[in-house]
Design a binder for this molecule. Sequence first.
Ligand SMILES: *[C@@H]1O[C@H](CO)[C@@H](O)[C@H](O)[C@H]1NC(C)=O
Ligand SMILES: *[C@@H]1O[C@H](CO)[C@@H](O)[C@H](O)[C@H]1NC(C)=O
Ligand SMILES: *[C@@H]1O[C@H](CO)[C@@H](O)[C@H](O)[C@H]1NC(C)=O
Length: 478
Amino acid sequence: MLPTSDLTIKKKPPKPLSPNTTKALLQSLQSYYTSARTRSCLVLSVLLFQFFLLLSVLSSSLRRQPTLPISSSSCSSGTVYVYDLPPMFNSDLINDCDSLNPWNSRCDALSNSGFGRRLRPSWYATDQFAAELIFHRRILHHRCRTSDPSSASAFYIPFYAGLAVGKYLWSSNHTSRDRDFHCEKLLRWVSHQEPYRRSDGWDHFIMLGRITWDFRRSRSGNSDWGSSFLYMPGMSNVTRLLIERNPWDPLDVGVPYPTGIGIRSLDRLHWQAHILSKRRSTLFAFAGATRSTIKNDFRGVLLQQCEAAEGRCRAVDCGGRRCTKSGAAAAVELFLDSEFCLQPRGDSFTRRSMFDCMIAGAVPVFFWRRTAYTQYEWFLPGEGESWSVFIDRREVKNGTGSVREVLEGLGEERVRKMRERVVELLPRLVYAEPEMGLGGVGDAFDVAVEGVLKRFRRRRLQRQEEEGKEEEEAAEEG
Ligand SMILES: *[C@@H]1O[C@H](CO)[C@@H](O)[C@H](O)[C@H]1NC(C)=O
Ligand SMILES: *[C@@H]1O[C@H](CO)[C@@H](O)[C@H](O)[C@H]1NC(C)=O
Ligand SMILES: *[C@@H]1O[C@H](CO)[C@@H](O)[C@H](O)[C@H]1NC(C)=O
């Protein structure tokens, strides 16, 4: 069950859903509204009208492209073999969760197969860097997994590189060699595997739970940031799934940050219906902290605009890691009550907050193209304007652009369409909690693996074609 965060709903959780989703949707919607205010005919009729409107949107969205339909029988794109790595590359790191960062234990954050501590049913204090665990568990249950490497078309390397490197990022006592240690060992191990030698690594892939820049140290100096994993020769042909990619490296594939919602299949419709029909009292919201060390910090400008918007904007201060610690619950609750959310860049270009925003049905507002448009192409359609707003940050900075005016000027109809699009996209932006996935439609994990399999298949076909041509040419010459 997915409880919602709305205070009125918390008191009276929706009834368990019956397999009859239509009826269940109606019931749940009724319970949302009736607990919020007194039951009246008017409310009910408005509600019924909204319900049918929303049902038609949902059913059309289910037919449309962005949900990945899953056929249970065929693996036409190929099959995956998952390497059984020595424990030092994954389970030992988890067993060592007490010492994975210098400040506190990460055991809680990495519990529940990466979803973290449970806050409420289906709602977790998920760590934004936990995707390595989530992917590993899911891929072991993938319907196209094979235990026969000779028949596999793709090879998954379940190395928790983010955990292995993250451990040595922060303390000045650690050297760049510490940060490369596991990575080098891993590549040595992989390079001895038959499938890797056969393909030069081209049909291998890995999930890296941190941003790409944590693995791209170009020099060996101890004071230089990160590991050099992605610059090691052994990685030069391996596809990597990352929460933030380098837009200029085609082997980097951006995938959604894990959010605190561990969604299940029936809850998905329930949740989609809820965020579509929800009344939102705030026009725009911002969850984040200013960077006091940065002069003319853009976030500071946005916070000023938020304050000046006279109650049409609300901000949650995420200083001191408050938002991440509470599993982003505070941020998601804010976004559930807002039409839009502001997504300036943070320490890097991408933010987990963008996904917290979209799963709450709010429309994201970007100021840098690299925050989403060149990151998550497998998950978010190319027409960015259909599900997000882009505002020129230079105009905001020099005072000629007002976020409030831009958003108010969009018009109700356009905003409604955007929200519908966000709601349609939702399944592919979340990681399902059940190890078998959502069943019927693809979640973020399914979309990622399907994308990898298709990419590898295209490459296989291309190579076959090239080899065919070479043979033809050889035959002609001969
Ligand atoms: C670094 O090493 C010194 C000396 O061994 C030790 O006192 C200090 O606590 C260490 N610092 C960290 C952050 O581990
Ligand atoms: C990457 O692929 C190319 C072409 O197949 C090959 O020449 C190169 O050796 C490969 N790199 C590694 C590290 O295997
Ligand atoms: C503000 O920035 C925009 C975009 O760069 C520019 O077109 C405009 O002329 C600037 N206005 C002022 C008053 O600086």
